[in-house]
Design a protein around this ligand. Sequence first.
Ligand SMILES: *Cc1c(COP(=O)(O)O)cnc(C)c1O
Length: 382
Amino acid sequence: MPEKQYLFTPGPTPVPPQVLAAMAEPIVHHRSPDFVPVYERVLARLREVCRTETDVLLFTASGTGAFESAVANLVTPGEPHLVVAAGNFGERWISMTRAYGAEVDELRYAWGETPDPDDLRARLREREAKAVWLVQSETSTGVVADVKALAAAAKEAGTIVVVDAVSSLGAVPCETDAWGLDVVVSGSQKALMTPPGLGLAAVSEAAFEARGDAPRFYFDWERTRKAQRKLDAPFTPPVSLVAGLDVALGLLLEEGLENAFERHVRLGRATRAGAKALGLELFSPDEDRSAVVTAIRAPEGVESDAIVKGLRDRFGITIANGQGDLKGKVFRIGHIGWFDVFDITTALSALELVLVDLGADVERGAATTAALEAFESTTAAA
Ligand SMILES: *Cc1c(COP(=O)(O)O)cnc(C)c1O
């Protein structure tokens, strides 16, 4: 029998069968009536998921590509920008804004720390910035930042606010309009339950008006916005991915965003409770907001590489190693998108067996019970 594969990473994530089926339909022409209504519905559903009235621009690109659209459209070489970084993705945005010639100021935290709005407020009093670049869910550490409070601090200084919501959109609340987020960037392959390949950017009128003059063409917001408003994509869209995203967003909205957020909180609780019951130490914060990915320290004397490899080789389970300096030290279990509590108990039971193989001293048989109980609990996690 072919080995069953399990994908428990924070992107790509498992894709529901209805989405896969939609993607297997014959190819249609992107300017024909076979596609235009799908395109229109996807754009409307994206606005609903982003909680915005503004245009959500869709690009054939990964999340990083959609983010680059923000950099290419907002940066004018020599201008001051402030990037808040507390992990791998914050570091990426420092490199990218700098590559476009911005004068980049960094509000940098140790990996695993949570950015503080008061630090941001203080920094913006010292040094002006045209835009503040934030990461909502720092997937490398499991920290979910308080974007609402950070954006409010940035707004006091009158800056544009750009948010990397690649791993968080659809999993935790991201109120584009209500929180005054000028640009929200995401990708198809995380909580949006679709294969990799589509990037999106919700762009406010203020961000659009603040465009700079770095060179750009494919990622030019004006070109895409103008075409999308006529439901005529500027370049050939990946029609099958768009059809898949339409179904996936339909599933998410049918569940209801609030219900999906609640489910993710409980999935995070279950994962943390299970890891602790095994006797492991959490790297990501033990708090409800940490609902995207759980980073766990490898036990004394065990490299996380061996855990990742053991899960793959023995059980066909893919999880993620640590990134950067955390490689070998932590491992990460993603729980965004098409996940239920049995995905968590599967991951935890396999983890228990692999840790025993590796000679770690773990508490046997306690993880799944703790996970199931935590998933059912309706009070805030301890
Ligand atoms: C996955 C991820 C990205 C990068 O997305 P790609 O689709 O791989 O380009 C950016 N930011 C965060 C927080 C992510 O989790």
